[in-house]
Design a protein around this ligand. Structure first.
Ligand SMILES: Cc1cc2nc3c(=O)[nH]c(=O)nc-3n(C[C@H](O)[C@H](O)[C@H](O)COP(=O)(O)O)c2cc1C
Length: 262
């Protein structure tokens, strides 16, 4: 076959494509474990940040040793049960579960999270320990804002009432408007607020505008983001949902009894 014949050109181009596609797929497959490890590390970092114990000078995995991870079956919201399956604890991916019919369930009657058809069967709960004693509880939260789903964590004090932190690690709200959920000043407003009232009912809410300093219920209210009422309402709704009776509420009550706290 002549070097510059049409057949030879196609043969060389075809072989080149084959070699390149092999290289690309081999790289993708080869890098997958590294990507998974990075994803896990990033998630741990987010949890440490919301817990207020992230320290860039220390290894994330080392810091994470203060945290006990539990997996809770929330299929029946009134009867949350801990799942003691090491494999599931290692492999359960709450995001993937949402679109997996085996690992997701329909919402319980009356307990729907707006914008979603199903919810994960299980949820992780992170217990931050200090000197062997519970110091904080970190709960994963998600829900719709204006344009996107916001994914984050909320930290509760060991009194099971006081908020110690809130942060979203992923969302698609508009920078400068809804995107201000990432503003450290706004996030700091959550610290010290009370999630539940004296009767144990969810009381925390994001309001429109600023909380008046003399408001007797100020401890249950967080300033709304200006120019982003929809995102603010979304955050309020999702936080209240996950703290409530169809979210982690019953599990938190159970945990408090188990640990004899609050
Ligand atoms: C391009 C564009 C992006 C916007 N992004 C957001 C957003 O991310 N979150 C939000 O709540 N409102 C966003 N808004 C504003 C809403 O449409 C609405 O005006 C606003 O939430 C009302 O809030 P306010 O009552 O505080 O002014 C956006 C508006 C425009 C034009």
């Amino acid at each position: 076959m002549q070097r510059d014949s049409v057949a030879n050109t196609f043969l060389v181009a075809g072989l080149l494509c084959l070699v390149c596609s092999f290289l690309v797929s081999a790289t993708a497959v080869g890098l997958r474990p590294l990507q998974e490890a990075n994803k896990r590390l990033e998630m741990r970092k987010n949890i440490l940040q919301v817990a207020g114990i992230y320290d860039p000078s220390q290894s994330v995995d080392e810091l994470f040793k203060q945290i006990e991870t539990r997996l809770v079956d929330l299929t029946d919201p009134q009867n949350p049960v801990e799942v003691d399956d090491p494999k599931l604890l290692e492999t359960y991916d709450p995001r993937k579960a949402l679109s997996d019919p085996e690992l997701s369930v329909p919402f319980p009657e009356g307990g729907k999270l707006e914008g979603f058809k199903r919810r994960g069967k299980y949820a992780f709960v992170y217990l931050v320990k200090k000197n062997g004693k519970l110091d904080e509880i970190i709960l994963p939260i998600y829900g719709k804002g204006l344009w996107s789903t916001l994914y984050g964590f909320i930290a509760l004090d060991a009194d099971f009432r006081t908020i110690r932190g809130l942060g979203f690690y992923e969302h698609g709200e508009t920078p400068g408007l809804g995107g201000e959920v990432d503003n450290p000043h706004w996030k700091a407003l959550w610290n010290g607020k009370k999630a539940y009232d004296e009767n144990g009912e969810v009381a925390i809410a994001v309001i429109k505008g600023a909380v008046p300093p003399n408001d007797p219920a100020a401890e249950y209210k967080v300033d709304g983001l200006s120019g982003a009422t929809f995102t603010s309402k979304g955050v309020s709704r999702l936080v209240r949902y996950w703290l409530g009776d169809y979210g982690f509420g019953p599990y938190l009550r159970k945990l408090r009894e188990e640990l004899g706290h609050g």
